[in-house]
Design a protein around this ligand. Structure first.
Ligand code: ATP
Length: 353
């Protein structure tokens, strides 16, 4: 396969911390893959092993089918951008961008020409002579990207590249970086704990938890069909109820919840029932015998384009997110019926507490 592949790659740090458990994954050539997961799940460790900055305890790393596991970082020459950008403050913008070329002994005129081309690519034409200290956060990030691209890497690795930027700039840079990556067609891996960032930029998302890849797939597939309750809660929002399977349906809060596709659970199995807030429907009278619970509105939060309605049903909390057309005049303290439609309902095995 062309692109980067991991075969059973694991990392146990001295002292016995298992950061990554035997991960097997393919990063196809020209695609952007996001490694997404909560703090401590092993994203950075995995990226550092790919970069050659950390040695795997087990497994193999392949580039276009060639085993590069034992290759040093400077031989791999992958482009890297870190959270801190790590720019050289005593060098100008152009000198930062052309740093790797200077190390390789490229003539000054060539370095200058290449720096200008790359600065143009990241929309910083004319900034070559500036000091790093005279740039905004977003501009620094672009310099870091241009510097990483200077050595024409076959693989581009970014570790939380937007985390130092404010929310608005972060969203702009996500789009810019994605467009640049698509234009260059460079195999790219981005580490992030921000699911919106992953969904904005990635062809494919790897959701990681406790050193393992829980689910891999295109953003919309992972969002619409989360493989586990963890993924359902991590990508987007989800309501969860504890239930038990009887007669092919899940029983919870005194009601019956039946998914569109019967879940293969034995009678008596404890399950987690999940439903996205935007799929929950509210009504003042029950519309169906199943998949519906009586609930009290505990809070109404109008957040511009949508309205978030917080509910309590037999002690369980849940949220419905309604478009303005469906909002009607639901008010705090009102008793309503919350319906979890069968096609939006997912059942997952419930771990013993
Ligand atoms: P974050 O989003 O907080 O950066 P992460 O998903 O990138 O987290 P890692 O930094 O890869 O996670 O860490 C994974 C696990 O390995 C954590 O439990 C961490 O404490 C541990 N770890 C990381 N680096 C080392 C190290 N050098 N020595 C020992 N343990 C480490």
């Amino acid at each position: 396969m062309r692109g980067l592949s991991l075969r059973g790659v694991a990392k146990v740090y001295p002292g016995g911390v298992t950061a990554v458990e035997g991960i097997t994954l393919d990063f196809p050539e020209g695609e952007l893959t996001a490694l997404l997961g909560p703090s401590g799940c092993g994203k950075t460790t995995l990226l550092r092993m790919i970069a050659g900055l950390e040695t795997p305890s087990a497994g193999r790393i392949l580039l276009d089918g060639r085993d590069i596991t034992a290759e040093a970082a400077h031989v791999r020459r992958f482009g890297m951008v870190f959270q801190s950008f790590a720019l050289f403050p005593h060098l100008s913008v152009a000198e930062n961008v052309a740093y790797s070329l200077a190390i390789a002994g490229a003539p000054k005129a060539e370095r200058r020409a290449k720096a200008e081309r790359l600065l143009d690519l990241v929309q910083l034409s004319g900034y070559g002579d500036r000091r790093i200290g005279a740039l905004s956060g977003g501009q620094r990030q672009r310099v870091a990207i241009a510097r990483a691209l200077a050595q024409e890497p076959s693989v581009f690795l970014l570790d939380e590249p937007m985390s130092a930027l404010d929310a608005k700039l972060r969203e702009e840079m996500q789009v810019e970086l994605r467009l640049l990556q698509q234009r260059l067609g460079i195999t790219t891996i981005v580490v992030t704990h921000d699911q919106r960032e992953a969904m904005t930029m990635a062809d494919s998302i790897v959701v990681m938890s406790q050193g393992a890849a829980e689910q891999v797939g295109p953003p919309q597939t992972v969002y619409a069909h989360p493989a586990t309750a963890f993924v359902a809660g991590f990508i987007g929002k989800a309501n969860f109820l504890n239930g038990e399977v009887r007669d092919g349906a899940a029983h919870a809060l005194g009601g019956v919840f039946r998914p569109a596709t019967p879940a293969p659970f034995r009678c008596g199995s404890p399950v987690t029932i999940a439903c996205r807030p935007e799929a929950v429907r509210l009504s003042r009278a029950p519309r169906a015998e199943t998949n519906s619970v009586r609930a009290e509105i505990s809070f109404v939060r109008d957040i511009g384009p949508t309205c978030e309605i917080h509910l309590v049903a037999a002690g369980a909390r849940m949220t419905a997110e309604l478009g303005h057309a469906d909002r009607e005049s639901f008010a705090m303290g009102e008793q309503v019926w919350a319906e979890w439609p069968p096609e939006a309902l997912r059942l997952y095995p419930r771990e013993a507490a």
